[in-house]
Design a protein around this ligand. Structure first.
Ligand code: 13P
Length: 285
């Protein structure tokens, strides 16, 4: 395990001990970065600002990295800057070098041995720089950036024994699991396989990560927090809040050609949603 710095992994491990979790919120642009940072400041809770990897396609890697790192550094809140779902070692190396506090290497689409090999390489380069690493075993249904609100459950569940082998072979610091969770909103309420989650928790020595928390029923979230989940990823819920606020602000904004009014509305909606979700995950510190 790494000697974590105060701005990153220490918070993750503390959350794991207390049965609470830190949120990993996905940011795409200036307003979503600002909204997430404002939520961290409002709640007094540590937050991971997940800038990239898919959002790099929209914003550009240098631009979004710089924006996220600068916002985190200037904030009075404890904010780690995290790379979400990266398949590329070059990208991981660039984020580590730029100052990200953690990265996720996603080899979940690969056969087991190849996932282990990719993850090991990412762990090597990140640990050399004191950066902690999340990896994924098993695969979630749904898309990371687009949700039709009607994703069906599916994917490949994480096997507890294989998870133990994976963590031992890779020395990864946190493990993202597939236990019925889904990226995006679903037609039917999601029911997690909480027994499987408990078995994974018992089999591996590292904190677990729950992706796809948007729309997850509250009692399912509570069940996950009680079974070793220490980081909870949220994206679609922030996107929806942003878009609805922009839609509502648009008629007035158009009347005055006031683009800033829509950006502010979107940003403030992200702050409100991220604040509510962060409070669900644990008390202020
Ligand atoms: P949701 O879009 O379902 O919240 O999932 C986000 C996520 O897991 C990002 O990695």
């Amino acid at each position: 395990m790494l000697p974590y710095g105060d701005r990153s992994g220490a918070d993750l491990l503390a959350a794991a001990r207390e049965g609470t979790a830190i949120p990993g919120f996905v940011a795409y642009n200036l307003e979503t970065v600002q909204g997430i940072v404002a939520a961290a400041e409002a709640t007094g809770r540590p937050v991971l600002l997940q800038a990239g990897s898919s959002a790099f396609k929209h914003a550009g890697r240098e631009a979004l990295m710089t924006l996220a790192l600068d916002a985190a550094r200037r904030s009075s809140a404890r904010i780690g800057v995290h790379l979400d779902h990266s398949r590329e070692l070059d990208e991981i190396a660039a984020c580590v070098e730029a100052g990200y506090t953690s990265v996720m290497v996603d080899g979940s689409h690969l056969p087991f041995a190849e996932n282990v090999a990719l993850t090991r390489k990412a762990v090597e380069l990140a640990h050399d720089a004191g950066v902690w690493v999340e990896a994924e075993l098993g695969a979630l249904a749904g898309d990371e950036d687009v949700s039709t609100d009607a994703v069906a459950a599916g994917g490949t569940m994480t096997d507890p024994e294989q998870a133990a082998e994976f963590v031992a072979a890779t020395r990864v610091d946190a493990l993202a699991v597939a236990v019925g969770n889904v990226h995006g909103f679903t037609a039917e309420p999601v029911r997690l396989d909480l027994d499987r989650l408990a078995a994974i928790r018992d089999a591996v020595p590292v904190p677990l990560v729950l992706h796809g928390a948007s729309g997850l029923p509250e009692e399912q979230l509570r069940g996950a927090l009680a079974r070793g989940v220490a980081k909870v990823n949220v994206n679609a819920e922030l996107r929806r809040a942003y878009l609805r606020a922009v839609r509502d602000a648009l008629p007035g904004a158009l009347a005055g050609s006031d683009a800033v009014a829509t950006w502010h509305a979107g940003r403030d909606a992200v702050t409100a949603a991220a604040t509510r979700i962060t409070r669900q995950l644990g008390p202020a510190r």
